[in-house]
Ligand binder design. Structure first.
Ligand code: ATP
Ligand code: MG
Length: 419
């Protein structure tokens, strides 16, 4: 679990504001959900025979003896909330949320025990158009963030019936190759033979590659849905690869599934993953409602942003106010407030706490601000202030305190124009 420190929160804030803006532009509304749910919710939704539920959840008993878990993902809680609050009664809903998720995985690059996801969910729309919209939304996000080189992998898991037929074929296949299965897979074989396809064990990859493919067992309806979905992606020029092994790590998916994958992050290359989960709402006690959604891993996305150098650390300050001596402090604190009232968007930091002129100038230099305002006894007596450019080669100026807001406006406008 990571502390997100002041030198990276600026990147988080920029990313979060871009995400919020994009969601609004596609007509998605934000929902805010608790980080704790009943353990049973995840057992039923994510699936009892998944890595997440079998070995990754932070589960505890609360004071009533109820078993609760820190949420390992957001979809289950979102569906629960939508059912409980009647959001799905003959309604279509486009929802999004973001926040921390918790999984007790082996920590490594790109894999943390508290990580953050942006989740996007759409309810009550059965057609492939919403599937395509979600892909287009995510593609636009990569484009606007300047991220290149993500590969879109898609697959169809078909209907429950098709999967049941396929399950039989797969069971037989695993049965014939039992000696090559690892412990997890042997244990899961009966409960969920599809789950084995999602194994991350390198030793299993050969036998997985030879397994029969679900895409060959698809029902007619899923086949058509998938074909239309692909045609829609083609029509806007989004390229993709059909990956018949893509089954996703959670049990609730059916029909369309997808992942956006990069080769720039090492083993943890999936940045965004999702798919249809048409059966989940009814399974959790709601009226039968079609659904589709995806989640973006924000740590991995930020990592990619840093690699593509699109995460330019913008300066967090415009002005630093240097105050040397007691009189300057008393005057400065008032001057700073009057400047803030006049220029509400200005980012001004007063160097409270005193110190010599030299040490305060050092701090001002380090702060990243464009301009230092300087107050010492002399300036206080004459109601003036010194103005020093910290980034540009320009002579220091002295001006009346009443003119300083106007002068700062001109200087900073010049900076915006240059940028
Ligand atoms: P993976 O195959 O990488 O384990 P998953 O199938 O478990 O992923 P989802 O539950 O679909 O992933 O989560 C969606 C996204 O959330 C992932 O694609 C990834 O970007 C991110 N994510 C998942 N687990 C972690 C983690 N432990 N640390 C950081 N990000 C994660
Ligand atoms: Mg996982």
């Amino acid at each position: 679990m990571n502390d997100i420190l002041p030198n990276t929160t600026a990147s988080w804030l920029v990313l979060e504001s871009k995400l919020t803006d994009l969601m609004a532009r596609y007509g998605y509304s934000q929902i805010r959900l608790p980080v704790v749910e009943k353990t049973e919710l995840f057992q039923r939704a994510v699936g009892a025979a998944t890595d997440i539920v079998e070995k990754e959840m932070y589960t505890f008993k609360d004071r009533n003896g109820d078993s609760l878990s820190l949420r390992p993902e957001g979809t289950a809680g979102c569906v629960r909330a939508a059912i409980e609050n009647g959001l799905l009664h003959n309604q279509r809903q486009r929802l999004w949320y973001s926040g921390p998720m918790f999984r007790h995985e082996r920590p490594q690059k790109g894999r943390y025990r508290q990580f953050h996801q942006l989740g996007v969910e759409a309810y009550g729309m059965a057609g492939p158009d919403i599937d395509a919209e979600l892909i287009m939304l995510s593609a636009r996000l990569w484009q606007e963030l300047g991220i290149k080189g993500l590969e879109l992998q898609i697959n169809s898991l078909g209907s429950a019936d098709a999967r049941a037929r396929y399950r039989g074929q797969l069971l037989q296949y695993w049965g014939e190759h039992k000696e090559q299965l690892d412990e997890d897979s042997l244990r899961r074989m009966e409960a969920n033979p599809l789950r084995i396809l999602d194994s991350k064990n390198p030793a299993m990859q050969d036998i997985i590659a030879q397994a029969p493919q679900l895409i060959d067992a698809l029902d007619q309806e899923s086949r058509e849905h998938f074909a239309q979905f692909r045609a829609m992606l083609d029509s806007v020029g989004i390229s993709y690869r059909v990956n018949p092994r893509l089954v996703r790590g959670l049990d609730y998916y059916n029909a369309t599934v997808f992942e956006w994958v990069t080769d720039q992050l090492g083993a943890q290359g999936t940045v965004c993953a999702g798919g249809r989960y048409d059966g989940l709402v009814a399974q959790l006690g709601g009226r039968d409602t079609t659904a589709i959604g995806f989640a973006i891993g924000l740590e991995r996305l930020l990592e990619l942003l840093q690699l593509s150098a699109n995460d330019k650390q913008a300066s967090q300050l415009d002005v630093c106010l240097v105050m040397v001596g007691e009189a300057a402090q008393a005057n400065g604190i008032v001057l700073a407030e009057s400047i803030r009232s006049a220029l509400p968007a200005l980012r001004l930091q007063s160097l409270c706490g005193g110190g010599s002129f030299k040490s305060q100038m050092k701090r001002a230099d380090k702060s990243g601000a464009h301009v230092a305002l300087i107050l010492a006894d002399d300036e206080v007596k004459t109601a003036t202030v010194g103005l020093k450019f910290l980034r540009d080669d320009q002579a220091q100026q002295r001006l009346e305190q009443t003119k300083v807001a106007q002068r700062l406006t001109e200087i900073l406008a010049g900076h915006v124009n240059k940028a």
